[in-house]
Design a binder for this molecule. Structure first.
Ligand SMILES: O=C(O)CCC(=O)C1=CC=C[C@@H](O)[C@@H]1C(=O)O
Ligand SMILES: [Mg+2]
Length: 368
């Protein structure tokens, strides 16, 4: 792919309002933007979606920076590649660190698509010109949740995900269902329960949820399979699926009926597409998860979600769900509940240089 330069930018931006789960609050988002320039001056962008601390998965911004600087970029320098898939396979010689790998692998996909003057969606095999948009409500009170849902319904979102935990589940969902008996709602527990909570979880069946996401431990597929036999609500796995093999095993075991594919969590677009293809062949619905991310990652998610197996609206919301001003131009917009899939080369958005500068904490460059 004739790489000439890789630049890493660490940026930080406040959220418009805190994102609250039982695991803590996110008020500011740090992230890594990867820019790769080839010998002809074409550029590709990727985003590292690890958080500042390891509350969601084990990676952080600091561990990602270390992996990129000391291992992944040196590996790419040593081994020239012709296709982003080669980078994904090359990176398998390093264990896990999926978000760091994805940051650079996604930038290569953007660059590769631009080298071919094709949209990333088309390169991946996307078949949609627009994707249905869903949104996450992450707050600690029923009143705030109802207010947010009201606003998001007005804005046209098509699927609503609420965060639950043993302190905020049955009564919380009952109130929401009282106001919105038919709304497409799902619940995400981020591992707040154990099998001891079986009765609590069974009770949630009455709310006709689209699914319950990651009720049990972040690294479990065995107990989720046991739970799925006991509850009617389909289980969707998020944290437990870190690779194609994890997805395959979870499906074989009956641990879930739906998979949330997050590009960063599984190590990049190559692995994400493998999971999609496997599920699509078996009629298992997938949707694209979010990571409270900036526009670069959102744009990659939009391209991925244009694949035919993404039949459920994911956590791809508008830039203004979280940000006063995003780092891309044009920003991601939701119109009548849909987001347009760009047909211009690569991810189809430009970097907002002014915003990148305003939010920049640190920059590092690597010449090839
Ligand atoms: O990006 C979004 O729109 C929200 C994403 C979201 O819900 C999550 C992001 C990161 C960690 C989690 O709490 C949560 C999830 O588990 O899916
Ligand atoms: Mg989740």
């Amino acid at each position: 792919m004739k790489l000439a330069l890789i630049e890493l930018y660490i940026i930080q931006m406040p959220l418009k309002s805190p994102f609250l789960t039982h695991l803590g609050a996110v008020t500011d988002r740090e992230g890594i933007i990867v820019k790769i320039t080839d010998k002809d001056g074409l550029t590709g962008y990727g985003e590292g979606v690890a958080f500042s601390t390891p509350w969601y998965t084990e990676e952080t911004v600091t561990t990602s920076l270390h992996m990129l600087t000391d291992l992944l970029i040196p590996l790419l320098k040593k081994q020239p590649i012709k296709h982003p898939e080669e980078a994904a396979l090359l990176f398998k010689s390093i264990r896990r660190n999926h978000m760091a790998k994805s940051a650079i692998e996604t930038a290569l996909w953007d660059l590769y698509s631009k080298q071919l003057s094709s949209s990333l969606s088309a390169i991946l095999g996307g078949s949609r010109s627009e994707i249905a948009s869903g949104v996450v409500v992450a707050t600690d009170s029923t009143i705030h949740a109802l207010k947010q849902i009201e606003q998001y319904v007005e804005e046209g979102y098509q699927r609503f995900k609420v965060k639950i935990n043993p302190e905020q589940d049955y009564a919380f969902l009952k109130e929401i269902r009282k106001t919105y008996p038919e709304l497409p709602i799902m619940a995400d527990a981020n591992s707040a329960y154990t099998l001891k909570d079986l009765d609590r979880l069974k009770a949630l069946d009455e709310f006709n949820l689209l699914m319950i996401e990651q009720p049990l431990a972040h690294d479990d597929i065995i107990e989720h399979a046991a739970l799925q036999k006991e509850i009617k609500t389909p289980i969707c796995l998020d944290e437990s699926i870190a690779s194609f093999d994890d997805a395959r095993k979870a499906i074989e075991l009956g641990s879930c009926q739906v998979i949330n594919i997050k590009v960063g969590r599984v190590g990049g677009l190559y692995e994400a597409k493998q999971i999609h293809d496997y599920c699509f062949a078996r009629n298992i619905p997938v949707w694209c998860g979010g990571m409270i991310e900036f526009g670069i990652s959102r744009a990659h998610n939009i391209a991925l979600a244009s694949l035919p197996g993404f039949t459920i609206p994911g956590d791809i919301s508008a830039s203004n769900r979280f940000w006063e001003e995003d780092i891309i131009l044009p920003e991601v917009q939701v119109e009548n509940g849909f987001i347009k899939v760009p047909d211009s080369p690569g991810i189809g958005v430009d970097i907002n240089e002014k915003r990148l500068k305003e939010t920049l904490l640190f920059k590092k460059s690597f010449r090839f």
